[in-house]
Ligand binder design. Sequence first.
Ligand SMILES: Cc1ncc(COP(=O)(O)O)c(C=O)c1O
Length: 503
Amino acid sequence: MMTAAQPGGRAASIPLMGHEVEPTMFELSVRGRSAAQLRTTGIAPRTLESMVPASHLNPEPLVTADLAERDLVGHVTRLSHRQFSVDLGAYPLGSCTMKYNPKFCDAVAADPGLASVHPGAPAAMVQGWLELLVTLEERLCAITGMAAATLQPAAGAAGELTGLLLMRAFHQANGDERRRVIIPDSSHGTNPASVTLGGYEVTTVPSNERGLVDLDALRAALGPDVAGIMLTNPNTIGLFEEQIVEIAEAVHDVGGLLYYDGANLNAILGVVRPGDMGFDIVHMNLHKTFATPHGGGGPGAGPVAVSSRLEQFLPGPRATRVDGRYEWMTPSASIGRVHGWHGNALVLARALAYIEVHGGAGLERVAQHAVLNANWLRRRLADTLPAAYDRPCMHECVLSATSVKSALGVRGLDIAKALLDEGFHAPTVYFPLIVDEALMFEPTETESPQTLEALAAAVESIVARAATDPESLHRAPTHTPVSRVDEARAARHLIATEDDAER
Ligand SMILES: Cc1ncc(COP(=O)(O)O)c(C=O)c1O
């Protein structure tokens, strides 16, 4: 591990490194301790039993973690110091777009004028919030080249399901029962899952030797029972689908719709628009592209924008401008709500703040820098870990550790884990599935040349160590609070509660 001071975003001094276990909240609990004390009001207390029928009360004693505020803050802060985070250092987790989120977005989301408003407040009382939502919808439509959008879906996968329900509503309104949705074999796992949840069957088309949709295979898979295709462009290999116009024509020719998985939108912001490529439905991951920290289940937002022929089916209510005032409106053939209230509203506020501060030219630079950084890293590491497809990429590059594995027995996973000891988050491993020993790096536009150089040097030093000390790499990481975990076991034997842990 390098100790000399270096410029750039290497997290060389993560606090509280070591292997001590942080107790759970329940283990820290002291019966009767509390984080809040209510003032005495002078009003006689009433028991729960006097207000709620016994049949509605839980006969089991409630298990709570009783903690003072000081203990709770200490616990949560210690836990946060044991995590790698986007604020700590570079986090090149491909496909996830873990970019640094500027702090002005936090200030916007914390504004009491936005944060303290009840979502059920009548429209007349919250004109400012509605104006914000309408403006965001307009901006997102301008960015994607679409006619209208719903801001309700809570994340990308929720947007996908919403999009598929819109696809279904469109075909049903035309009296057209279609069965299949096509996805490429490089697609993100949420795509086939959403197709199935949306009530359709998945047809997978293979990628060609250049990592793009095989147009002939697509044409062979198309037919009158195809409801549409789901694509992300650039695709999950970080490559731009060059034949997107031909793909759109072929799908439209059989009456199908094109769904754009916008998780990779930061690669094309302000440069090219899904609507102009021929897409009919677009979801955006605001938490990736427009500055909301995510991962670990944090709140997201996955607005879905559509072309005018699908507008009437959008979820409602939607904020709309009527004669200079703002109102809620539900479209005529709406598929209904896809979220309680109006979506994760403060994520929407952060996104609008990010868009307004950057402006059109600024957003274009975001995309340019994201693509430049990924290509710089791809070229810089070409002799160490070759790219799976040796040509310019977009915002992420998929490298392969096949040669290191066959020559030295060190896998992509070992290299990724060792990067944690070097002060970088690991890249995504073994995705997309069609690339052997895949290491998917997405440096994002927020990392500096110094950080990228430090990251590349760290990868080089790890691969060099594979020749001299492969054993140490099989054990990596060894300097983090938790060392190598058995990921398959962790996924298969879920311990969700304190009670399960005791069993
Ligand atoms: C290409 C792609 N599509 C969809 C998703 C799903 O988005 P979310 O995690 O917000 O549900 C992701 C998330 O990583 C993605 O990379």
